[in-house]
Design a protein around this ligand. Structure first.
Ligand code: PLP
Length: 375
């Protein structure tokens, strides 16, 4: 079986260094809020090109705490509206509702899967305070257009960069476009810890300070609490693991790009649509291929065909947020593009340790696939 993502083989590459880092933390006697975290925060901020990175417990908390910090800083109030893509992973939306803010769902561009800037302006009301673009599948949302709209209407921008560490437009990376950005280091993300972890990046010092307090009970100084915070810390072991893996991120992205190019050049089947990643902008968008997502009307059939031939694929995502039981109040709403995407997308394997042979085998299968229902 070709696995969708072989985490064991990815992390084995760095086994010796990871063990060395682990040993260093064990022997230090210091496990929360020490040098490992400070070092990783500095290195990750530098990688993204921003002034500050603030480690937190996971990607969801990175988003929740940023919105929360803006509330504490008086920039947001209960009931304010946040524009978010309707086809995102549910975490982006949970962060909004967890803060008593109101999500306003906007459809994506069917070619890029990212929020359609042309539809954002129509969704803006006097209550709109934030745009929360999600850089889905490894490709930045159309940030130049989104930032122009934000400027025109004086809105905050919170990027959800959980799937796009290192992705760029015009040389500016994910995490350095908006007022702040949430990252996840869940093991399966392009930069993955060996457990849960996340971070916020920003160039705003006031926000960075508020986030440092919020993640630690609202305390910036021991036993002094500025605001009622939470416990959402990135521990020393995970920070040390991430600092090892950060060094190899660019190389892993390069491997992913090579595999993506094989797919893009090799798959030729009228029933399968390849990711277009914004045809107009192909030259300036630097995709990091967290996922290689194809579209086909015969998705379930292709899924089974690949599975029966030893290839594991996944669906990102089978049910859109507005059809989830968690958001019953939206179940009757209609987002046709989003619903089509959820019915037709399939993610092919694209891990950084996947071989050319494996990839060519998957391409061959895609090319001989003929759906039963097609004649
Ligand atoms: C993974 C993910 C998150 C949440 O990250 P966790 O670390 O799992 O909490 C948020 N948004 C998107 C788009 C994601 O893919």
């Amino acid at each position: 079986m070709i696995p969708f993502l072989d985490l064991k083989s990815i992390n084995s590459q760095y086994r010796a260094e990871l063990i060395e880092a682990c040993t260093r933390v064990i022997d230090s006697g210091w496990y929360i809020g020490g040098n490992e975290l400070a070092q990783f925060e500095q290195n990750f901020a530098e990688y993204c090109g921003v002034k500050f990175a603030i480690g937190v417990a996971n990607g969801l908390d990175a988003l929740i705490l940023t919105l929360r910090a803006w509330k504490e800083l008086g920039k947001l109030n209960d009931g304010d509206e946040v524009i978010v893509p309707s086809n995102t992973y549910i975490a982006s939306i949970l962060a909004i509702t967890a803060n008593n803010l109101t999500p306003v769902l906007v459809e994506p561009d069917i070619n890029t899967y990212n929020i359609d800037p042309n539809k954002i302006e129509a969704a803006i009301t006097p209550k709109t305070k934030v745009i929360l673009p999600v850089h889905l599948y490894g490709q930045l949302a159309e940030m130049p257009a989104i930032m122009a709209i934000a400027k025109k209407y004086n809105l905050l921008v919170l990027e959800d960069s959980a799937q796009s560490h290192g992705a760029e437009i015009k040389g500016i990376k994910a995490g350095n476009w908006g007022d702040a950005s949430g990252f996840s280091f869940y093991p399966g993300k392009n930069l993955g810890a060996l457990g849960d972890a996340g971070a916020v990046t920003t160039n705003n010092e006031e926000l960075a300070q508020m986030l440092r307090a919020l993640r630690n009970y609202g305390s910036h100084e021991k036993y002094k609490n500025l605001v009622p915070g939470v416990n959402s810390r990135l521990d020393e072991i995970q920070a040390a693991m991430l600092d090892v893996k950060l060094k190899y991120l660019e190389n892993e992205i390069k491997n992913r790009r090579e595999l993506a190019n094989l797919y893009l050049e090799g798959i030729q089947n009228p029933f399968i649509q390849l990711p277009l990643f914004n045809i107009d902008a192909r030259n300036y968008i630097q995709h990091v291929w967290h996922l290689f997502v194809i579209q086909t009307e015969y998705r379930d059939e292709l899924y089974n065909f690949l599975k029966n031939n030893g290839v594991q694929t996944l669906i990102h995502y089978p049910v859109p947020p507005h059809k989830q039981q968690a958001y019953k109040e939206w179940n009757e709403l209609s987002f046709p593009l989003t619903e089509r995407i959820h019915d037709e997308v399939l993610s092919l394997p694209i891990g950084p340790t996947q071989t050319t042979e494996e990839t060519k085998y998957i391409i061959e299968l895609c090319n001989i696939f003929v759906p039963q229902g097609s004649n």
